[in-house]
Write a protein that binds this ligand. Structure first.
Ligand SMILES: *Cc1c(COP(=O)(O)O)cnc(C)c1O
Length: 370
C-alpha cells in the first residue's frame, strides 16, 4: 500500500463555522471590498499581534514589494539577494530598476553585509534584503551601511510573520517591510500580503497607492495600482489569526523533533534558533554535503519522493540563474559562491501545523535509513 503524500506545507485553514459567521455578516452588510469593516479589523489585529505601529493589507505579497519601491521613489540600482523566491527580484525589474546580486551569509541565508559595500555604485539607491526562512538578517549592519551611503532599505519579510528579535518585531527594521499571506506561508489569507511602515503619513500614502492613487472621490495623488485586499479574505485572516499561535507551536514541536533526529547524521546541516530571536518555524531547510553524507542532494530528494515525501528545494535554482537575470554582471556564480553552494545543497523538509509524529518519522527515516 502506498503511504499518504507528505507535502512541504499544508495551508492553515480557519475554523469553518467561525468563518461562516463572518461571511454571513459580510453578506448582510453588503460591503465586500474597498477598506471595509474586516479590512480595518484585520489591520488593527495584525498591529497588535505583530507589535507593529502601522500595516496596510494587500492582495498578495508581490504587490507590496513593487509598491514599496514606488513609494520611496527608488531609482537606478537595488542591491538584493539571489537566494529567495523570484518575486523579490521581479519587483525590482517591474519598477524598471536594475537588481544587483550580493552573496549570502551561510549562517542566516540572508544577504552578507560584508559584501554589500563593494556592490554600491553612484546609481545605487536601495537595498532589498530577505529574512530568508524567517531568520533575521543582520539588520544593524545593514542599517549602518544604508545610513553611510544614504540608501533606503526595504525588507522582503514574506517569511517573517511574527518573528521578533530582542522582544521587538523584526518588521520594524528598515524603511518598509513586506509580508506575504499566500497559502504556503505560516499565516495565510488564501492569497494576500501586507506592508509594514513606521508612521501614519506613509500608511496614508501606501493606502492611496494600493487604491489607484485615490485620495478622496475626485483626487488622485499618485499613479497608484489596485492591490487592496477584499472583505472575504480579510475575514478569513481574522479567523485564521485565532489559530496562529497553536500552528506555530506545532511547527516548533516538529522542528525540535527533526533537529533531535538529525543531530548526529554526518553531512546533514540544519539551522538552530538564534539567541534573542522568537522564530516562527516556517521552514526546516537541511543542507546536504554530498561527500560527507554519501549521497547527493538531488539523489536524496528523489529518494524522498519515491517514499511519497515531497520536500522542496527552496531556493534552487538561484534567481540569478534564470534567463531574465543571467546576463547581469552580478549574476556570475563566482560573485555568489555561498548562495550557489547552498542552492545545490538545500532541501526544505515537510513542515506545517498538521504534521503527525508518524509523518515526522517517515521523513526522518528517508534521511537516516540508507
Ligand atoms: C511568497 C514570497 C513572495 C511573494 O508572495 P506572494 O504572496 O506569493 O505574491 C515574495 N518573496 C518571498 C521571499 C516569498 O517567499
Amino acid at each position: 500500500m502506498e503511504l499518504p503524500l507528505l507535502t512541504v506545507t499544508s495551508p492553515l485553514l480557519p475554523d469553518m463555522e467561525e468563518y461562516q459567521k463572518l461571511l454571513q455578516d459580510i453578506w448582510s452588510k453588503k460591503r465586500i471590498t474597498n477598506n471595509g469593516f474586516y479590512h480595518k479589523e484585520l489591520e488593527s489585529k495584525l498591529c497588535s499581534y505583530l507589535k507593529i505601529p502601522f500595516v496596510s493589507l494587500f492582495t498578495n505579497g508581490t504587490l507590496p514589494l513593487i509598491t514599496a519601491l514606488q513609494a520611496l521613489r527608488i531609482t537606478g540600482e537595488v542591491i538584493t539577494t539571489p537566494y529567495s523566491f523570484v518575486a523579490t527580484t521581479h519587483s525590482i525589474w517591474w519598477n524598471g530598476l536594475k537588481p544587483v546580486f550580493v552573496d549570502i551569509d551561510p549562517d542566516t541565508c540572508g544577504i552578507n553585509p560584508d559584501k554589500i559595500e563593494a556592490a554600491i555604485t553612484p546609481r545605487t539607491s536601495a537595498i532589498m534584503p530577505v529574512h530568508c526562512y524567517g531568520i533575521p538578517c543582520d539588520v544593524k549592519r545593514i542599517q549602518e551601511i544604508a545610513d553611510k551611503y544614504h540608501l533606503k532599505v526595504i525588507y522582503d519579510a514574506a517569511h517573517a510573520f511574527g518573528v521578533e528579535k530582542d522582544g521587538e518585531s523584526i518588521l520594524k527594521y528598515g524603511d518598509l517591510s513586506t509580508l506575504s499571506f499566500h497559502a504556503t506561508k505560516v499565516f495565510n489569507t488564501v492569497e494576500g500580503g501586507a506592508m509594514v511602515m513606521p508612521d501614519e503619513k506613509m500608511k496614508k500614502y501606501i493606502d492611496y497607492l494600493k487604491n489607484f492613487g485615490f485620495a478622496g472621490e475626485t483626487e488622485v495623488v499618485a499613479p497608484g495600482i489596485n492591490s487592496k485586499m477584499d472583505e472575504v479574505r480579510a475575514a478569513y485572516g481574522i479567523a485564521n489569526l485565532n489559530k496562529i499561535d497553536q500552528a506555530i507551536q506545532n511547527r516548533k514541536k516538529a522542528t525540535l523533533a527533526y533537529r533531535e533526529a538529525l543531530k548526529n547524521v554526518p553531512g546533514i546541516r540544519y539551522m538552530e534558533d538564534m539567541p534573542g530571536v522568537k522564530h516562527n518555524y516556517g521552514y526546516f531547510p537541511i543542507f546536504v554535503n554530498e561527500k560527507e553524507y554519501g549521497m547527493s542532494r538531488d539523489a536524496l530528494y528523489e529518494k524522498m519522493k519515491e517514499a511519497n515525501v515531497y520536500g522542496r528545494r527552496y531556493f534552487y535554482p538561484l534567481i540569478s540563474t534564470f534567463s531574465t537575470y543571467r546576463g547581469l554582471d552580478s549574476s556570475d556564480p563566482a560573485n555568489l559562491p555561498v548562495a550557489t553552494r547552498l542552492a545545490n545543497e538545500v532541501i526544505c523538509l515537510p513542515l506545517h501545523h498538521d504534521l503527525s509524529d508518524d509523518d515526522i518519522s517517515r521523513v526522518i527515516d528517508c534521511i537516516i535509513k540508507r
